[in-house]
Design a protein around this ligand. Sequence first.
Ligand SMILES: Cc1cc2nc3c(=O)[nH]c(=O)nc-3n(C[C@H](O)[C@H](O)[C@H](O)COP(=O)(O)OP(=O)(O)OC[C@H]3O[C@@H](n4cnc5c(N)ncnc54)[C@H](O)[C@@H]3O)c2cc1C
Length: 351
Amino acid sequence: MTAGHPAACDVAVIGAGMAGLCAADVLRDAGLSVVVVDKARGVGGRMATRRLGAAVIDHGAQFFTVRGEPFGAVVTAAREHGAVIPWCTGFARAAAVDQPAAPADDGHLRHRGATGMTDLPKWLAERLGRAQAVIRTNARVTAIAATAEGVRLPLDGGDEIVARGCVVTPPVPQTLDLFAAGGLMGPASGRIDGDAHRLLASVAYDPCFALMLVLDQPSRVPAPGGVQCAAGPIAWLADNQQKGISPVPALTVHASGEFSRARFDDPPDDVMQALRTAAAPWIGAATVVEQSLQRWKFALPITVLEVPFVAATTSPPIVCCGDAFAGPKVEGAASSGMAAGRWIAGALGGA
Ligand SMILES: Cc1cc2nc3c(=O)[nH]c(=O)nc-3n(C[C@H](O)[C@H](O)[C@H](O)COP(=O)(O)OP(=O)(O)OC[C@H]3O[C@@H](n4cnc5c(N)ncnc54)[C@H](O)[C@@H]3O)c2cc1C
């Protein structure tokens, strides 16, 4: 694709997280041509796994549950192909990070990626590739504009995509920025329906610090490898070795929403020190041999809209979806993406 010669397709999907990939899956099934673009180096969005030294660490979503179809069908297929495996039916719970953790088993299955949480989105992306969908990573959309030809998406670097419809999955505040940059908002344009704009503008997220620690000996996190803390600076700790994805002991420490909001702009070294001190009971006698801090700005929606997607415009059809719609978390994002895909397929007359 060269600047001045935009790539054309039926539907452009912005974001290769669970919502975008699941929307693309539905659109390909409907016989539409699909291009998925993501600004990141790989697919998965907040389902994120990385290496740190010899360790493998999930630093975004830690596990997922399945409560309904059609996400259940996706997970069943992914399990059959070895991308997803069951982890457990509950984690230890502590009243606070420095309190003892009691085992908690509610009988409800938690799943994980076989080698890390990115396995499910990677598997979906490979399946989409085999179905002739195009997936472009390292491709940041800089604006969403609506013209007589359809939706125009300029990319960083000068390329452009033109599509008959568009599925938009970035966190909602970032989506509104893309609409503004494309001239879809504001009194002069009036392209976005007022009710849709009000709904989208009401969505807010908590940030989250994810501290990753590689240890020289096993941690004190109890089986099956996770502790949920009800209060204090830490909300969750996981031992990635016990989880079964890291060859060496390595912790993921997620700060609480309150801590992450209050300390979001603090120097990273200060934040790491504060979280390491709070996590000391679970680090135990181990020495930290490597550490890294990830700052998720839009980690978890704290307002969730009670609709599976929001149609921002109908001509051309542009639909917003993701985990802020009809259910946060991985399953909510996937279900929202599928619902948005079905809506666009209907609007464009897909099979
Ligand atoms: C720290 C943390 C812990 C979590 N723990 C859990 C958990 O244990 N269980 C659970 O079920 N859920 C958990 N979640 C939530 C879960 O990860 C999300 O609900 C889900 O992954 C969201 O998927 P999505 O597709 O809606 O959004 P995302 O995964 O955020 O995907 C959006 C994509 O859009 C891309 N994008 C954004 N802007 C642009 C642009 N301008 N151009 C191109 N691409 C763009 C991004 O790179 C991203 O890949 C957690 C999240 C975090 C951050």
